[in-house]
Design a protein around this ligand. Structure first.
Ligand SMILES: Nc1ncnc2c1ncn2[C@@H]1O[C@H](COP(=O)(O)OP(=O)(O)OP(=O)(O)O)[C@@H](O)[C@H]1O
Ligand SMILES: [Mg+2]
Length: 263
């Protein structure tokens, strides 16, 4: 019998998470869970602490106090690459692609975080990695096809349009075959057509069985795709609910008054 209670076990669990930067309480006693197979969004005004929260979850910076459990394992003390290998992948608010590489090569780099031979051996083309390399190349092409950018495979990423670079970044994150994907503002700077495409992709990713945690300012995208939403303000959680309830939550509406975006 399988002793894992995967049905009940959250993909991600945060409890009383705090982060201070000097005198600034960037994250204040935040707790929530992300259930497997769902799309959860974290929203909040600029500076609310959304990216900081992602940095804590992905192990890019340490928590000041509190607990983060990913797939049943406490991540405290683990390096970001170790957490990545446990099945977590992310994209960044500011696109981080390897300039000088083609779109396909960027995606292949993402794949190497999971491969046995590793990136260096792959780049050196050591003989015992050839077979693995071929598999990585073909899986990376599949991902570019899924994101409908296969025609850009051989193009250098620095010469791609912004929306295309975002799609490559998403393919790179998916190449590691994550169980949990963190997306930090995937629609930032995109037009409405590209944003609709991002919405389609996020839903498709969830349908592939990958759990998604999403930070996004585009409210129509958030309301469209999310199963649940957490609202942050000045580092604290002020609401957590399904989109329909968040839209009519008085405190959330107050937080967004005076902002460019309306809920
Ligand atoms: N490394 C750091 N050192 C000091 N302060 C930081 C650091 N990173 C973030 N902050 C501060 O923490 C607060 C939260 O920032 P964060 O980037 O997490 O907000 P955000 O919700 O992602 O905002 P945005 O919507 O603009 O991306 C801000 O006041 C920010 O200036
Ligand atoms: Mg941010």
């Amino acid at each position: 019998m399988n002793t894992r209670t995967s049905q009940q076990e959250p993909m991600l669990l945060l409890e009383k998470v705090n982060k201070q930067f000097g005198g600034l309480q960037a994250i204040n006693n935040v707790g929530f869970t992300v259930q497997p197979g769902c799309i959860k969004a974290v929203i909040g005004p600029n500076g609310a602490g959304k990216t900081t929260l992602f940095n804590l979850i992905a192990g890019n910076i340490p928590v000041s106090s509190g607990t983060i459990i990913f797939q049943g394992q406490e991540i405290r003390g683990k390096k970001s690459h170790e957490i990545a290998r446990m099945g977590m992948s992310r994209t960044f608010q500011n696109i981080k692609l390897f300039h000088g590489m083609t779109a396909l090569e960027c995606v292949m780099v993402g794949r190497h975080t999971r491969s046995c031979a590793g990136f260096l051996a792959g780049m050196l083309s050591l003989p015992w990695t050839w077979q693995e390399e071929r598999a990585i190349r073909s899986r990376s092409m599949e991902l570019l096809e899924m994101l409908e950018i296969a025609d850009l495979a051989g193009t250098e990423v620095s010469s791609l349009a912004f929306g295309q670079q975002r799609a490559v970044e998403m393919a790179r994150a998916l190449a590691a075959e994550p169980d949990l994907l963190l997306l930090d503002e995937p629609a930032a700077g995109l037009n409405i057509y590209e944003t609709a495409e991002v919405a389609r992709l996020i839903t498709a990713i969830r349908d592939m069985g990958i759990t998604v945690l999403l930070v996004e300012h585009d409210m129509s995208l958030v309301m469209d795709v999310s199963d649940e939403i957490v609202v942050l303000s000045f580092g604290s959680k002020v609401a957590e609910d399904i989109p329909a309830n968040i839209q009519k939550n008085a405190e959330v509406i107050k937080i967004y008054l005076g902002e460019d975006e309306t809920v």
